[in-house]
Design a protein around this ligand. Structure first.
Ligand SMILES: [Zn+2]
Length: 155
């Protein structure tokens, strides 16, 4: 397993964008970026794996930021969505703006992820129609919908 890297950039007045990339394990040095403040948007799109010790590291980082930063998560990758579903405590630490849904074509073996944006304060989720690149048919969510979207109703 590789490590975790990040890119931090200011995207506006008091808004910091943190793009995490790689795998989150006990070796992830998120403590190095626990001094962020203001509005912090964490982009999880490139997080490909997280183990149970990594979850603890992630929670510790979010705890360190709590109080100094207002946290939002965007483009949560499927492994992060799984953690959000298993750990309501994680979902409570930030508001989720968008996530990636694993889609599959029932005819072909094609699969890819599609971005799902969430309306602030709304629990209505619309997974955008995603067409298969091979046959053009609408793709379906590769996970049971009630399970994959459970974190949205657990608040
Ligand atoms: Zn297809």
């Amino acid at each position: 397993m590789g490590g975790l890297t990040w890119k931090i950039r200011k995207i506006g007045d008091g808004v910091t964008h943190v793009a995490l990339s790689g795998v989150i394990t006990e070796a992830a040095r998120l403590d190095q970026i626990s001094n962020l403040a203001g509005n912090v948007i964490v982009d999880f799109a490139e997080v490909t794996q997280i183990n149970s010790l990594g979850v603890r590291v992630l929670l510790g980082w979010l705890d360190a930021l709590e109080g100094r930063a207002k946290l939002e998560a965007e483009r949560c990758s499927p492994v992060i969505v799984m953690q959000l579903n298993m750990l309501p405590g994680l979902a409570r630490r930030f508001s989720v703006r968008s996530f990636l849904a694993p889609m599959e074509c029932e005819t072909c073996s094609e699969d890819r992820e599609t971005l799902v944006e969430l309306e602030p304060g709304s629990r209505d989720v619309q997974i955008p129609v995603t067409r298969c690149n091979t046959c053009g048919e609408p793709m379906t969510l590769a996970e049971p919908e009630d399970r994959y979207l459970a974190f949205l109703t657990d608040e």
